[in-house]
Design a protein around this ligand. Structure first.
Ligand SMILES: N[C@@H](CCSC[C@H]1O[C@@H](n2cnc3c(=O)[nH]cnc32)[C@H](O)[C@@H]1O)C(=O)O
Ligand SMILES: [Zn+2]
Length: 438
């Protein structure tokens, strides 16, 4: 058997406890064979073809970034300090109009490089040129649920239909790519940027093929109010009517949701992806994370695109989620450390319907090893507290996905970091020059 043994560290278990232990991985199947420090583990470990040293470290499930637009790394720091609508219309959409497929690939490489370096092994992406993003996922060795984002407002009927068709076609064609590490979804951008008939048709056809649906929902008041005024119902009641709620489907943001909408999410098994940094930066509001979790909704964490964050580091997101969750609930015990760690791991895997998120026998070997032997992580009273409040992405030492080592001792093995950075910087400056000329 071709095994890998991650030795000498402590392990975060699905119940939130941390114990000394090794993790033995079957590299052929990409699953975890054994966890702990008993005889069976020792036997496996003795046979292991490869090892990863986790001394002084903590082995955690690979983090899950459950909502992003990965190629937007090219627009990192391009337009800041504006609300969502103005930011999209005045800056982001004009720049995206100049993006080439090559740019999207280069931006995705940069984003995936950043994610591997900060211990993220899976993500959900809504963008375009999805086949190019899938290629990057394949090469880099991570997992993703990918989709083509549909926008129909401001488009002619033919163009709008083509966008819906493209999203459905991409979901059908790319599902199972990268040896099964790529899964797909139908991704209408939001309830206000896609017309009702297009939403209805696309969602119905996606459901008929068992394709999940992912969209932005209830992100800002400016997005919620027109729906309430025009339809006389809350956005998630509209979403339910469209068939957009259900097991396997996941909604980004869910900031402005009332109690009835929270119940709808819980009853239908629809997951919510909390994006605290993006919500703070665009002053969109604060999602009621504590109430969502108490209602039984699966809550995951997402960075959103790098242009509204401005990084793809899930450790930052955990900290932001805990901090803003307390502030929003006016309760320091709300959204505790264990909750954000769960949201960034098992919650993310469950929301996306992807393997991983838990370190236990039989689970996918998607892991990160965090180096705790650092000044800002000393002493270690409680490793889970550190994950939520003190660890940074740069503390990640090794990253493993599907049993394959993607980063060893902070060196990413599947992407050439220097080349990726150089290509991305060049593509980004060329892009901005084209936007200025247009
Ligand atoms: N096919 C569509 C593109 C939609 S992709 C998804 C879109 O979401 C945008 N986006 C990024 N962050 C946010 C956010 O926080 N809220 C809403 N949209 C966002 C992003 O810029 C991108 O245009 C078209 O023809 O325009
Ligand atoms: Zn988004």
């Amino acid at each position: 058997m071709d095994t890998l043994c991650i030795t000498g560290g402590r392990v975060l278990h699905p119940d939130g406890r941390v114990r000394e232990g090794d993790v033995v991985v079957d590299r052929e199947t990409g699953t975890i064979l054994a966890v702990g420090r008993d005889e069976a583990v020792a036997e496996h470990a003795a046979d292991a073809a490869g090892t990863l040293d986790a001394t002084g470290g903590l082995v955690i499930p690979g983090l899950v970034n459950a909502h992003t637009h990965v190629s937007m790394t090219l627009l990192r720091g391009y337009a800041d300090d504006k609300p969502l609508d103005a930011w999209l219309r005045e800056d982001v959409w004009p720049a995206e109009a100049e993006l080439t497929d090559d740019d999207i690939e280069v931006g995705a490489e940069l984003g995936v490089l950043e994610m591997i370096r900060s211990g993220t092994t899976a993500f959900a992406d809504m963008y375009f040129a999805t086949d190019r993003v899938a290629d990057v996922v394949d090469r880099a060795g991570v997992r993703a649920r990918l989709g083509h984002g549909v926008v129909t407002v401001g488009k002619g009927e033919e163009e709008a239909i083509a966008d819906v068709e493209e999203s459905l076609a991409v979901a059908a064609d790319l599902d199972g790519a990268a040896d099964g590490r790529v899964r797909t979804a139908f991704m209408p951008h939001s309830l206000t940027t896609v017309g009702e008939e297009h939403l209805r048709e696309g969602i119905e056809r996606a459901a008929a093929e068992d394709v999940p649906v992912h969209l932005h929902a209830n992100e800002t008041r400016d997005e919620v109010d027109p729906i309430v005024e025009e339809r006389g119902e809350r956005p998630l009641a509209y979403a339910a009517d469209l068939g957009a709620l259900g097991e396997g489907n996941f909604l980004a943001h869910c900031v402005h949701v009332d109690d009835a909408e929270i119940d709808l999410l819980a009853e239908t098994g629809t997951a919510a992806v909390h994006c605290p940094a993006s919500n703070m930066k665009l002053a969109s509001g604060t999602a009621p994370v504590q109430r969502l979790r108490e209602a039984g909704v699966t809550v995951a964490l997402g960075t959103d695109g790098a242009a509204s964050n401005n990084d793809l580091d899930l450790f930052d997101e955990m900290r932001d989620a805990a901090m803003v969750g307390k502030l929003a609930a006016d309760d320091a015990s709300a959204v505790p450390a264990g909750a954000v760690v769960e949201m960034a791991t098992a919650g993310g895997a469950d929301a996306l319907g992807l393997p991983g998120g838990r370190i236990a026998e039989g689970e996918a070997a998607d892991l990160a090893v965090v180096d705790l032997d650092r000044p800002h992580l000393t002493p270690v009273h409680d490793p889970v507290s550190h994950l939520a409040y003190a660890v940074r992405g740069s503390d990640v030492r090794h990253t493993v996905c599907d049993g394959r080592v993607l980063m060893r001792d902070r060196e990413v093995l599947t992407l050439d970091a220097d080349a990726v950075k150089a290509r991305a910087a060049e593509a980004a400056s060329d892009l901005v020059a084209r936007v200025d000329e247009a």
